[in-house]
Design a protein around this ligand. Structure first.
Ligand SMILES: CC(=O)SCCNC(=O)CCNC(=O)[C@H](O)C(C)(C)COP(=O)(O)OP(=O)(O)OC[C@H]1O[C@@H](n2cnc3c(N)ncnc32)[C@H](O)[C@@H]1OP(=O)(O)O
Ligand SMILES: N[C@@H](CCO)C(=O)O
Length: 393
């Protein structure tokens, strides 16, 4: 493992004031001004699994490559909790960075956009252009705390309509990791005839008690921030949002995204540069978590974080389908399941359960990495060939 302990950014402290305007990407489409290469599709009303209703659903999405005349080369890429539709390069003015999976998707990459037509939506409930808590409710004000509970099934129901709107009858591949893997699995069960290949990476068919516990502490941290105001903070008189609570939630989460061994080997008990722990200063690992918490609070909407976290909590492929194994048994896609050996959030056993339950699934593949759950974003030299081979099969 490379020594990156000293790779210290400005030691942001999560108590530092943040800009008053929290990210509200939905406002971009409200003004009819798409960011970068994003496009938007209006999908009408959606009745929700938990009983609510969204009267006007809009999804933001990006595409790369050229659709074959018969639509047979379409690939659906589904992002994780804090990702978005910007999977890979060809960045527009709003996207100076290459995208969160540029190592896997692009010209000549394992998902080769010279051959495949890649579609990536921002999830329902998101904050990067799709309908979410910062979108306007029927009364014209942001939904805020009134945004209804959405489930992974609702998110896939919206994505099914996106596929219909794009004229895609079936996907050559539906691929997702983490929360994106939950949706990929749900796609393969909800619409087996529309998923020819499936790649489920570092994910689970059913959220475990341990995962619910971690997600719960994150929701509690958010709700405890007085600036959260039950989710109705967009028009707060002081212009301040719950960046402290969101940063804390991210810190709790980020610890689960990396392995204990990595944090110990990389940071150990090394003090943060210029700080003395015995005098109230921080160890480097504390500074590292502060940095990741602060960074997310600057780019993400707290309500979306809560809505998507709740959708992960309720994720259960087997609900009303006779259980997880019965649901997995209905998948007809050619299925690749990838585990991360050091993942302490989405355990390798959960991946093994998927691979064992899907009829004819390929043998379980495993990323060997010290980096934990985030290995799906980091270990592209291992993951790339697995996905490339699966697409070639
Ligand atoms: C589908 C999706 O998941 S999309 C969302 C993906 N992106 C994210 O999750 C954003 C959060 N970032 C990450 O989780 C990670 O950076 C990854 C997974 C993307 C990449 O992992 P790594 O390359 O191992 O990054 P790492 O964990 O070392 O973090 C690097 C950051 O920590 C900072 N850092 C490292 N040590 C310290 C320290 N002691 N004190 C303060 N900051 C520190 C680095 O300066 C760097 O800052 P920057 O990201 O602002 O440039
Ligand atoms: N880094 C990932 C972890 C969750 O899979 C994210 O923020 O979405």
């Amino acid at each position: 493992m490379p020594d990156r302990t000293t790779r210290t950014a400005t030691p942001d402290r999560s108590g530092r004031p943040l800009p008053s305007a929290l990210p509200r990407a939905s406002s971009a489409w409200r003004e009819g001004d798409p960011v970068g290469r994003r496009r938007f599709v209006d999908l009408g009303a959606l009745d929700l699994e938990a009983g609510g209703r969204l009267p006007d659903v809009r999804l933001a999405y990006e595409t790369w490559g050229t659709p074959a005349p018969d639509g047979s080369n379409a690939v659906l890429v589904l992002h994780a909790l804090t990702g978005d539709s910007h999977v890979t390069g060809d960045a527009g003015p709003g996207h100076p960075t290459p995208g969160w999976w540029s190592t896997l998707v692009g010209p000549g990459a394992p998902i080769d956009t010279d051959r495949w037509y890649v579609v990536a939506p921002n999830v329902l409930g998101g904050c990067q252009g799709s309908t979410g808590p910062s979108s306007p409710a029927p009364d014209g004000r942001p939904w805020g705390g009134r945004f209804p509970q959405v489930t992974v099934r609702d998110q896939v129901a919206a994505e099914l309509r996106l596929a219909e709107a794009l004229g895609i009858g079936s996907w050559a591949l539906v691929v997702g990791a983490s929360m994106g893997g939950q949706r990929a699995l749900e796609w393969a069960v909800t619409a087996p005839h529309r998923v020819r290949r499936l790649a489920a990476i570092a994910t689970t068919a059913q959220t475990s008690g341990d995962q619910i516990a971690s997600f719960h502490t994150q929701l509690t941290a958010l709700a405890a921030d007085p600036r959260f105001r039950g989710g109705d903070y967009y028009d707060a008189p002081d212009g301040e949002g719950p960046h402290v609570g969101l940063g804390l939630a991210r810190q709790i989460a980020h610890q689960t995204y990396r392995s204990a061994a990595e944090l110990d080997a990389r940071f150990g008990r090394v003090p943060q540069g210029g700080e003395e722990p015995l005098e109230g200063g921080r160890f480097a690992v504390q500074s590292y978590l502060d940095h990741h918490g602060d960074k997310l609070a600057r780019r993400f909407d707290a309500n979306t974080y809560a809505v998507l976290t709740r959708s992960m909590i309720t994720h259960d492929l087997g609900r009303d389908r006779g259980g997880v194994e019965a649901a997995l048994a209905t998948i007809t896609a050619d299925t690749l399941v990838v585990a991360v050996d050091s993942d302490r959030l989405f355990l390798p056993e959960q991946s093994a359960r998927i691979a064992a339950g899907v009829p004819g699934a390929r043998p379980l593949r495993t990323l060997r990495t010290p980096y934990g759950h985030d290995g799906f974003l980091i270990e592209h030299e291992q993951l790339g060939p697995m996905v490339r081979d699966h697409l070639a099969g």
